[in-house]
Ligand binder design. Sequence first.
Ligand code: AMP
Length: 534
Amino acid sequence: MFGTMMDNPLSITLIIEHANQIHGEKYVYSLSPDGKIHNYTYSNLYSRTMKLADAITQLGIQQGEVIGTFSSNNHQHLELCFAIPISGSVIHPLNIKLSPVQLSKIIREADDKIIFVDGMIYDKYVNLCNQIEGIYSIVFNLQNSQNELSCEYEKLLTNARDNYTTDIQDENMAMALCYTSGTNGEPKGVLYTHRSMLLHTLAVNQADVFGLTEADVVMPLVPLYHAMGWGLHYAAMFVGADLVLTDPINQHIIDLIAETKVTVAAGVPTLWKKLIPELLKRKNDVPSLQRIIVGGEPMPEDLIEIYEKELNIEIRHAWGMTEMSPTGTFSILKKKHQKLSDEEKYKIKALQGQPIPGVQLRLVDENQCILPNDGICVGEVQVKSPWTANSYFKKGLDDSLTKDGWLRTGDLATINEDGYMKIVDRSKSLIKSGGESISPMELEAALLKHPLVTDSSVVGISDEKWGERPIAVVAISDQDSDDISEILREHLSKDFPKFWIPDKFVIVEKIPKTGLGKTDKVAIRRTLDGVFTK
Ligand code: AMP
């Protein structure tokens, strides 16, 4: 028997409609090209977004077609985050840190019909243009307002109709596409639906997750290409919090926090580590900042201590992945933990935490047997949730999904009796540097294309500043070659961005292999970790 409730499709339209109707006077702040803070209200955002959705349909974009964005965090990107999905098409935020070669591959697979480009990073986009000829681009935020290009976005809005109504009939329609570095060397697209994104928004908007309220001023320092900026803008708008948008590499983050009175910010540990000296000096400038949501990499205990003890800012440590929209777990203290010492509390907060309501988590061994939550057994983390992918864009099912429908995360962890997960290692061969993923397999394949290289292995070793950095171990045919590191660095620079280039090239006679003839990465990592750890 079916129930008798309304079958309203779950769609992100509900977020912007609610923000406009109930919180229309709340603000979105973002940095303009002239360095000034641009601000407008949710009502302004709403009317511009609806016009943009109309303009997108007038451009001839069909339902389900993909539209790229090449932009940092700003109000136009926020407008696109709603307008594109509301018009029935799919937003594809491009990772502006990738090289033109990597990006053009992704753009071709995604089949982006047009690309909206942030004029503030137009120089970067120009390098990509030659590789993606034929794709129409629309620019906003260009500093030189005399330039024809810079007017186009605003012209689209001026010419659009006011009365656009959205038609998201099916909650399972795709709304956004984010790419993650594939463990097999190929980037993989994760295609979020209206339903998954709305459910993720509701889930993170609980007191023990993001815990946002209408009184908050929220600053996501997470780029939108990283799992839709962890969904922070959707969450903030649904509760009616003000939003502050800027690029995580902005030099004036602390000024912006002070000026707009940010209460909750979010970003990767590398960023929060970098900001400590300035925050300690300017503690009195930012009394509004109460909480930081941090994830993407492990948040070390000593950083948690500095933030909580010296800066009086609460740290909420999260774990997740692009495939999970991205939120999986949060490390929040339980009532029974309140009586513990500060040191014991920081230890718990440094764990990756408990699954948020709606996420199921299990640990399995190599025989797929479920392991106990005893805080000792180490196994692979597998997950299920209504906001977790069950296949990859255009790649379908692969061995990422178990036969009984759980996603293999490739993370190795323990889970204790209270359900707190602790990531101890990664079985997938991804390197996390400053919160960004680097695929060793892509680098290895590129190294092997060099005529001097006979075998190669790229591993991540711990790094004080970036979390991990890649090191390449290379066997070459001509041991007498001069300056092989420089030759290989140059060779890789053609296809990869600077942060992907290994810090060191270690030349060896032979790459160590396991009994099965596979590269023995564990042995390589063990040897290199002691030698190169910085
Ligand atoms: P991405 O899809 O780029 O977000 O990468 C997801 C991967 O980042 C996870 O599978 C983990 O390996 C890693 N990760 C994310 N958050 C954390 C965290 N808090 N601690 C440790 N690793 C993390």
